[in-house]
Write a protein that binds this ligand. Structure first.
Ligand code: TNX
Length: 488
């Protein structure tokens, strides 16, 4: 129990063990489709390595010995959306939550309480013992996420799903997709198809690029949803828009479309703020994506708009906020948008300035992604073969030893929605690359977002993280064997 990441709010071991055996089944109550789906997710996680049958059955009342019981009946409302209570006796594993999402998070705890070989994709000898005790657990922050840049390099649907599965393991609940940038437009917009057919035809370095059809995007959203993770789509504007400008001549102030761009400069492109068609375009894009996205949020980017003058920038962001709102969504934007009049519902993402303070003064909520701590694309050290270093090297200790509530002066706990770790992909091409940069830093962000800050120490955490090495290996994760961690 002392090796869990994120660390639970409350855990007490009672010194005995529960044994999962070949006769075990998973009982859910009530027997709704959603509950059966959660039970099936757990069964699918446990079957390959145990080789057991693990049927998902509907229970009514007390669990029978030897089984796992998942229920929302009698769940304590004080646990909130994602909290859970896990009681393990020698007889049963009993997971109770107020909401189904809480059961899903609690299942991640059950996985981590089993031996690391539980994560193997082939049958292992076992034995499958779980320490007895009680855990009562719920998150500190509502927003615990990652961002993946699929624009600089494109990642296939199967790669994206793999990353979603890995973040779910650590109880994260937001998957922000950076769907457009200078180097590529990655989602089909039916009313503006050249965005993908031309604007999505390449990537950094000149490779073939790619894009998601609307059905593929909807499939990613549904996959994330089945893991109680919200997808937050981002269309970055008014800067970072070269791929769009290359796709449609009429979006350019001079009505000349440039050709696609495969370098890594930033700050050179801008939508033409004086043209009404720009806002027709933005409205069409937001409408089509919003219709495919159940999450209440739409990320409008807004960063590094160095090619847009300040008056244009302010006018553009303020007008786009109303477009997002008209399509039923709340704006999220990089912290530069705090220079404009924010709607009360808008959310600001801190990355590299003190503008989050301006956002907090406007009563906007803040997501903390400080580049020097939380950018997964920063190299661990000078020898890291992938990544960038403009915000400094970020070793595993740097990634872990900060607190969202003390990161930016004037932005305190009550202003903060949560934590997000962005992964920009200028130097990354495959899921193996993603895994190498994300692990083992990502579990630290998950813990900063979920667990109480009190009593946190690097010494204790680094030995706890070490126990996750065999787990990550069993999951086939291409993690960086950081010398800072006393790996087991
Ligand atoms: C800054 S962070 C950017 C991105 C780059 C990233 C590289 C932010 C809002 N903008 O365009 O990809 O640095 O680390």
């Amino acid at each position: 129990m002392s090796n869990l990441i994120p660390m639970p709010v409350y855990a007490i071991a009672t010194g005995a063990t529960f044994s999962l055996t070949a006769t075990a089944n998973i009982y859910v109550e009530p027997g709704t489709a959603e509950m059966t789906g959660i039970g099936q997710y757990l069964a699918d996680k446990l079957k390959p390595s145990t080789g057991y049958g693990l049927q998902v059955l509907t229970a009514s009342g007390a669990p029978q010995n030897g089984n796992i019981y998942l229920t929302t009946v009698g769940g304590d409302p004080a646990l909130g959306e994602e909290g859970y209570e896990l009681t393990i006796t020698q007889a049963v594993v009993n997971l109770v939550a107020y909401q189904p999402a809480g059961l899903f998070r609690g299942i991640q705890t059950i996985r981590q309480l089993l031996p690391p070989s539980i994560e193997s994709s082939t049958v292992q000898p076992g034995s499958w013992k779980i320490a007895t005790g009680t855990i009562r657990d719920y998150p500190r922050f509502a927003w615990r996420g990652v961002m993946l840049d699929v624009a600089r390099h494109f990642f296939r649907v199967d790669e994206v799903k793999r990353y979603i599965d890995l973040i779910a393991t650590y109880k994260m609940n937001r998957f922000h997709m950076h769907l457009s940038d200078d180097q590529g437009w990655r989602i089909m917009i039916n009313s503006w198809p050249n965005l993908v057919t031309y604007g999505g035809s390449t990537e950094v370095g000149g490779g073939p690029g790619g894009y998601y059809t609307q059905a593929e995007y909807a499939d990613i959203v549904a996959y994330a949803q089945s893991r109680y993770i919200l997808v937050i789509p981002e269309i970055d504007m008014p800067g970072h828009t070269h791929a769009a400008l290359a796709s449609y001549a009429e979006l350019n102030c001079n009505t000349v479309a440039p050709s696609v761009y495969t370098g890594t400069e930033v700050g050179f492109s801008s939508l033409c703020i004086d043209k009404e068609i720009t806002f027709t375009f933005v409205d069409d894009v937001i409408r089509e994506i919003a219709a495919l996205t159940p999450s209440p949020y739409f990320h409008i980017g807004g960063d590094e708009a160095a090619a847009t003058n300040t008056a244009d920038y302010v006018h553009f962001i303020e007008r786009v906020q109303t477009i997002v709102q008209a399509h039923g969504k709340q704006v999220v934007g990089w912290e530069e948008i705090a220079q404009t009049n924010l709607l009360t519902t808008s959310v600001v993402q801190h990355w590299n300035s003190d503008l989050a303070q301006t956002a907090a003064q406007q009563d906007a909520k803040v997501i903390m992604s400080p580049a020097s701590r939380a950018y997964l694309d920063m190299k661990y050290d000078a020898a890291t073969p992938l990544g960038l270093d403009w915000a400094g090297f970020t070793d595993v200790q740097d990634a872990y030893t900060w607190d969202p509530a003390t990161q930016v002066a004037g932005v305190s706990e009550s202003d903060i929605l949560g934590v997000e770790a962005p992964l920009w992909s200028e130097t990354l091409q495959t899921i193996a690359d993603i895994e190498f940069m994300a692990f083992p830093r990502l579990p630290g962000y998950a813990e900063i977002g979920w667990s109480p800050a009190t009593g946190r120490s690097w010494n204790e955490y680094s030995t706890r993280l070490a126990t996750h090495g065999p787990r990550l290996t069993a999951m086939g994760v291409n993690f960086y064997l950081s010398p800072e961690i006393p790996w087991q």
